[in-house]
Write a protein that binds this ligand. Sequence first.
Ligand SMILES: Cc1ncc(C[n+]2csc(CCOP(=O)(O)OP(=O)(O)O)c2C)c(N)n1
Length: 196
Amino acid sequence: MSAASNKIARRPFIADLLARRGRALIVCGLGSPTWDCFAAGDSPDYLYSWGGMGLAVPTALGIALAQPGRRTVCITGDGELLMGIGALGVVADQAPANLGILVLDNESFGETGRQRGLTSGRTDIAAVAQGFGIARTMTVMEQGAVSDLATFLFETPGPALAVAKIAITDDPWALPEKDGAAIAHRFREALGLQNA
Ligand SMILES: Cc1ncc(C[n+]2csc(CCOP(=O)(O)OP(=O)(O)O)c2C)c(N)n1
């Protein structure tokens, strides 16, 4: 498989998906997934990242464990996930039923110049997740699968990991709040938590 066969356009795909999120909390990986979520419509339920490559899944795992009454979904890139791939083992071990993970797999490091990523070759993230012990995985190749994907990510008992094979696209900048403390403050407030 190569990125040339990836057909899904990320911006309308994420907009369509997030319109179906209900009350789910969204943890966005750094770079493009953060811009995608913000472009679809800002919400205090979104925890944006401007750094911390490799930390989106561990962050989402912590939130899912701390907020068992809220669905938590991590939306991140293949490069970001692979940098902290061991976190999938902890997800499998802790097995929060309220956690979904979506990997937007364009088989490259889009944000930094489209360098080739491992998933353009032999690496299959859904298979890796299975190997770590995440039994519920799904791979999506078409925009039309968004309804099934939404059910999988937002309703199916987790942990559940989906890979969406997305196209490499040129999208306009859509940059949310940059101040990490302000982002965290707003997210905690949306959860009804006290800010220090
Ligand atoms: C520790 C660290 N290394 C490198 C970077 C630079 N960096 C930012 S985004 C990114 C690529 C992310 O690729 P991916 O998650 O696949 O997202 P895409 O933009 O392709 O959708 C890189 C290498 C960083 N922010 N932190």
